[in-house]
Ligand binder design. Structure first.
Ligand code: ADP
Length: 502
């Protein structure tokens, strides 16, 4: 194949940009290095796209959209997506290993969660391609009115580093099912698996230019894509701060936007909860993926009656989480993705101390051996005695750091749970079915988990209330983000229009 390929024995992997079905260097000739966050050693050297490459990629996507891709049937688009899902499954082992090497998340997670979900999303939207339908409208008179649901055109997609391949799948699958073409910009921290996916997209037989993959930095490649005049839509997942910048850039061209942004989810444990179940849910909520999850249960609300018992168990269990080499099957927590993220988390430990919170567990770097000493590891951490107005309860830390808040009154709890700029998700732990559903309504968030946490499926919509963004990914709602409706009127009478008739 192309020069994007390389020998498995080569120490540092090399990748080019994927534009118009070809692997090419950046126009500037520049490259950047993505490290393995477990050791700090270089993993891959990657061509660095900037505005000139984005222009090329958008032009290729436009040609593909107006050309062959637009003439393909929905069934054929679906078949290509099915083929891609199959290729992801047959390459799952190596993709999981590469994702772990690039991001630092444990191999157990990439193998059991990320890769199966990637395949599931391509499969779900493969099936959806042939179910995108218009409607007939019962208008009065001798008129026939129907709608066509059409693709938007060229979609820019900017994705984050926390679930690199899965975020690519969430965005690519519905866009392609609906007949759009794409320019995808992976995060500079984790470009590798999206580029590997490019190889599978080629192998599956997607026409040239339908998917273009252009890794580069946010301020250059990302900003150029968001502000591009010839894209029809920009989809973004990442921080709320950057989401606002993208919305501003898109506003100048009135580009359609969907945003999946930050969170500070309440994970609420009532006095009647199954405590063991709720402790495991709190762990899943904040330690999964090193806490680098936009829907993380980062504010743990505990009823005062069970607070002590819960915290004893939570602390004990947090201390037992195996932090270390993410390639080991038994590791539950790998390194944070980058030194920048590690420093950010460390900074919040100081903030918590200054604000008067108690550091109940963790709070520092674990003692690891060998080349892992240079990795960006942080301990599973619990801050207790937190008040909802503290910075550690309001700002997204994006690390394995739980802020524990105690409550006694339900009305006050609802107010505190909703007292955040975010609204992505929430967890509720109780045996009382009426209270569970009452709270599911009362919490302002796009996903509510009752006696569970972080559960997802390609068929179920995901997205935010408030500053957690707008638009819903996955499920049939995602197709709304990638289609537009055309209304077609037909006069069935065959007569001149009455208005200007004789
Ligand atoms: P984080 O703060 O968690 O690293 P970001 O929101 O900065 O997340 O990054 C998510 C994605 O947005 C990445 O692909 C990044 O390159 C991109 N990005 C960052 N800044 C900008 C920007 N100004 N314009 C467009 N994309 C950006």
């Amino acid at each position: 194949m192309s020069t994007a390929q390389q020998s498995p024995t080569e120490a540092v992997r090399r990748y080019q940009l994927f534009i118009d079905g070809k692997w090419v260097d950046a126009e500037s000739g520049k490259t950047f290095t993505t490290p393995n966050p477990a050791t700090g050693e270089p993993l891959a050297e990657v061509a660095e796209a900037d505005a000139a490459d984005i222009d090329k990629a958008v032009a290729a996507a436009r040609r593909a959209f107006e050309g062959k891709w637009s003439r393909l049937s929905a069934r054929d688009r679906g078949r290509l997506l099915f083929k891609l899902a199959g290729l992801v499954e047959s390459h799952a082992k190596e993709l999981a290993a590469l994702e772990t090497a690039d991001n630092g998340k444990p191999i157990r997670e990439t193998t059991l969660f990320d890769l199966p979900q990637v395949a599931e999303n391509f499969e779900y939207f493969a099936g959806a391609a042939t179910k995108i339908e218009g409607e007939t409208i019962p208008v009065p008179g001798q008129m026939f009115n129907y709608t066509l649901r059409e693709p938007l055109g060229v979609c820019g997609q900017i994705i984050p580093w926390n679930f690199p391949l899965l975020m690519a799948a969430w965005k690519l699958a519905p866009a392609l099912a609906a007949g759009n073409t794409v320019v995808l910009k992976p995060a500079e921290q984790t470009p590798v698996t999206a580029l590997e996916l490019g190889k599978l997209i080629q192998e599956a037989g997607f026409p040239d230019g339908v998917v273009n993959i252009v890794p580069g930095y946010g301020e250059t490649a990302g900003a150029a894509l968001a502000a591009h005049k010839d894209i029809d839509k920009i989809a973004f997942t990442g921080s709320t701060e950057v989401g606002k910048r993208i919305a501003h850039a898109a506003a100048d061209n009135l580009t359609k936007v969907s945003l999946e942004l930050g969170g500070k989810a309440p994970n609420i444990v009532f006095a009647d909860a199954n405590i063991e179940q709720a402790v495991s849910g709190a762990m899943m909520g904040i330690f999964y993926n090193q806490g680098q999850v936009c829907c993380a249960g980062s504010r743990v609300f505990l009823h005062e009656r069970i607070k002590d018992e819960f915290l004893d168990r939570f602390k004990e269990r947090a201390g037992k989480v195996k932090v270390g080499d993410p390639m080991e099957q038994t590791t539950l927590m790998g390194p944070q993705v980058s030194e920048e993220q590690l420093n950010r988390i460390t900074g919040y430990v100081d903030v918590a101390r200054e604000e008067g919170a108690t550091i109940l567990a963790g709070g520092g770097r674990p003692d690891l051996e060998g080349n892992l000493q240079k990795g960006f590891f942080f301990q599973p951490t619990i801050f207790s005695e937190v008040h909802n107005k503290m910075r550690v309860a309001q700002e997204e830390i994006f690390g394995p750091v739980a802020s524990v808040i105690t409550f006694s009154d339900e009305e006050d709890l609802i107010q505190q749970a909703n007292e955040t700029i975010y609204g992505l998700s929430a967890g509720i732990w109780t045996q009382d079915i009426t209270r569970a559903h009452r709270f599911a309504r009362a919490i302002k968030a796009g996903t509510i988990w009752i006696n569970t946490f972080n559960v997802m499926n390609a068929a179920s919509p995901f997205g935010g209330y408030k500053q957690s963004g707008y638009g819903r990914e996955m499920g049939r709602h995602a197709l709304e983000l990638y289609t537009q409706v055309k209304s077609v009127w037909v006069d069935l009478s065959g007569k001149p229009m009455g208005w200007y008739g004789k």
